[in-house]
Design a protein around this ligand. Structure first.
Ligand code: SF4
Length: 198
C-alpha cells in the first residue's frame, strides 16, 4: 500500500528496513534523498508506522556521516602536509650538517699557516659581507614592519572567521593568543624602525 501511495515511486517498506539497520549505502541506493517527506506512506500504513520520521532521521545521519568524512579527510591531508614539511626541513638540516662536517674535515686536512690564514680570511670576508649600509638596514626594518603587519592582518582574519563560525572556545583562545603575539611583534618592529630613523 505504501509503495502504491508514494508519489515518487519509492519503496517505503525497504527504506524502513534499511533505516532501522542503519544501512546508509542501501538507503542511498534506494533513493532515500528523493523522498519528499509527503507522509503518504505513513498515512496509508495499516500498522501506523511513522515511516517519514525514520526517513528523516536516516537522512540526517547520512549527512552527518558525510560531513565527518570530509572533516577527517581534511584533517588527514593537513597531517600529511605537516609531516612532509617536517621531513623536508629535517633533510635540509641534515644536508647543512653534512656540508659543515665536510668543510671541517677539509680544514683539518689542510695544515700550515697558509690554510689557517685562508680560513681566517674567508671568515673575515663573510663577516664583511654581512655588514650592511644604513640604507640597507632601514629597508630591512621597513620590510620587517610590513611583514609583521601582514601577520597581524592574517591573524585577525582567522580570529574573525572563527568567531563568525562560532568555533570552540579553545580554538578562539589560541587564535586570540596568536593575534596578540603578532601585535607585540609588530610593535617591536615599529620601535626598532623608529629608533633607527632617529
Ligand atoms: S514520505 Fe517519502 S517515501 Fe513516503 S510516500 Fe512520501 S515521498 Fe514516498
Amino acid at each position: 500500500m505504501c509503495a502504491e501511495a508514494c508519489p515518487v515511486s519509492l519503496l517505503p517498506q525497504q527504506l524502513l528496513w534499511y533505516s532501522q539497520a542503519e544501512d546508509h549505502e542501501r538507503l542511498e541506493a534506494h533513493n532515500l534523498f528523493d523522498c519528499i517527506e509527503c507522509g503518504a506512506c505513513s498515512y496509508v500504513c495499516p500498522s501506523n508506522i511513522p515511516l517519514v520520521q525514520h526517513y528523516r532521521s536516516s537522512k540526517s545521519d547520512i549527512k552527518k556521516a558525510q560531513e565527518e568524512k570530509v572533516k577527517s579527510t581534511q584533517a588527514r591531508e593537513r597531517f600529511e602536509f605537516r609531516k612532509q614539511r617536517i621531513e623536508l626541513a629535517e633533510k635540509e638540516r641534515e644536508a647543512k650538517r653534512a656540508a659543515r662536517r665536510e668543510a671541517a674535515k677539509q680544514a683539518q686536512a689542510s695544515t700550515g699557516t697558509d690554510a689557517m690564514a685562508d680560513i681566517v680570511a674567508a671568515a673575515q670576508a663573510r663577516a664583511a659581507a654581512k655588514t650592511t649600509s644604513p640604507e640597507q638596514e632601514l629597508a630591512k626594518l621597513q620590510r620587517a614592519v610590513s611583514s609583521a603587519e601582514m601577520r597581524v592582518e592574517k591573524a585577525q582574519v582567522k580570529l574573525d572567521s572563527a568567531l563568525e563560525n562560532a568555533e570552540p572556545t579553545e580554538k578562539i583562545n589560541i587564535l586570540s593568543a596568536a593575534l596578540s603575539g603578532a601585535q607585540q611583534k609588530l610593535e617591536k618592529a615599529k620601535v626598532r624602525l623608529a629608533e633607527h630613523s632617529n
